[in-house]
Design a protein around this ligand. Sequence first.
Ligand code: PNW
Length: 492
Amino acid sequence: MTAARRFPDGFVWGAATAAYQVEGATDADGRGPSIWDTFARTPGAVLGGHTGDLGTDHYRRFADDVALMADLGLRAYRFSVAWPRVQPTGRGPANQAGLDFYRRLADTLLAHGIDPVVTLYHWDLPQPLEDAGGWPARDTAWRFADYAGLVAGALGDRVPLWTTLNEPWCTAYLGYASGEHAPGVQDPARALAAVHTLNLAHGLGARAVRAAAGDAAQVSITLNLQVNRAASAAPADVAAKARLDRVANEVFLGPLLDGAYPEEVVAETAHLTDWSFVRDGDLDLVRTRLDALGVNYYTTALVAGVPDAAGPVPDPGGETGPADVQAASPAGDERPPANLVTGVRWLHQPGPRTAMGWVVDPSGLTELLLDLHRRRPDLPLWITENGAAYPDAVADDGRVHDADRIAYLHGHLDAVGAALDAGADVRGYLAWSLMDNFEWAYGYERRFGIVHVDYATLERTVKDSGHWYRRLATTGVLPAPDDAGPAADDAG
Ligand code: PNW
């Protein structure tokens, strides 16, 4: 038998959620409408016509949920602040009742020894800001900074780690190119403008947090960096992977870490935009001290070059023009959404898949963490999301036997351990998700929680994976997948 994997002392175990996915109470205490309220009400936008109106009722049940977190042995809870609770129209003075909710939440967490890890933007843009141009409009970055300052002013002394944006890739490309997410726009040129506004928003927001909470405030951003692999060593396949890496990953990492967009990406998207939205001095605003980087990881992709389409398409109206860009944007198949560069084809990867259709491939996580560590050895890394959807159900014995999720978590935590062994500076792991919730375009039809939610009663039931995770969180030792079923925990 091999020795069990032990994580470093002080490694932080936690779980994550996001406001629109769990809070419900969308009309409470002066909250204004967000783009997700609007989008979810658009026929055909969300599976089953579901909305976040009820969520998991976390807004009202947060105290019970925090007690549950404490019972699970968690030391950190990553949640997001709903911008339209704090600024119902996206601008102007703070709505005190909105801030008070997050203050109560933070205080309840701290009273249980759980650190609040606060994400300032997890996709719920105030609708009036979308009406004024949304993320493609530069002004939204300054609006975000104002909002960030208000939150940091109210919570600054309670929050050890701030995250400006969650997954700007999703905001820009799913929101404005493929249209799978709010606001449901399909305009790749505007999506690229959104990328730049989001980068600006991070830089301005980070400064606003430090101005309000003190320069010692720890500020991060969370990215869903894609791990793309070339199908072969053939130049066309390698080039396709590189193009995809640039438009998906480097358009964020470049400005954030190096203060520049990759030069090639401008040419590779020239059929869509001339990038005139990038103005002199902008990149100085984007680049600011980064105290940590949040990594969300779910899967990998295998890509090949498309013969005879190795570069930008000359005729945007032709066969492989914008139509191709749009067509390459469905969720849940072999092609990750929002392909803004041409000449890339996604290949089927063998192996087990989650209920999202995403292939289970922990090796990509080790690879990604080590790549980031080599690039910026001084930058602390956090796994801010990792987890899997499976079709869970409460069994006759009242338990949720999600062995598939335990296997997923075990494999990925072993992959984190391998990266730690090789020197990566990973500080903590925040499971996605604490509980089942509104899974965006999939509504309540995909369950990511380590805690089950019965949507008829809103009753919470700790899944087998939750019991397993408690053993990990309380010992720091990775349990075998079949270890620490509920019985073991009840006994101990
Ligand atoms: C992330 N994609 O979303 C989000 O941060 C969470 O709110 C979400 O619940 C979780 O992952 C699970 O989906 C993503 O299509 C949504 O590549 C879609 C994609 C990636 C991440």
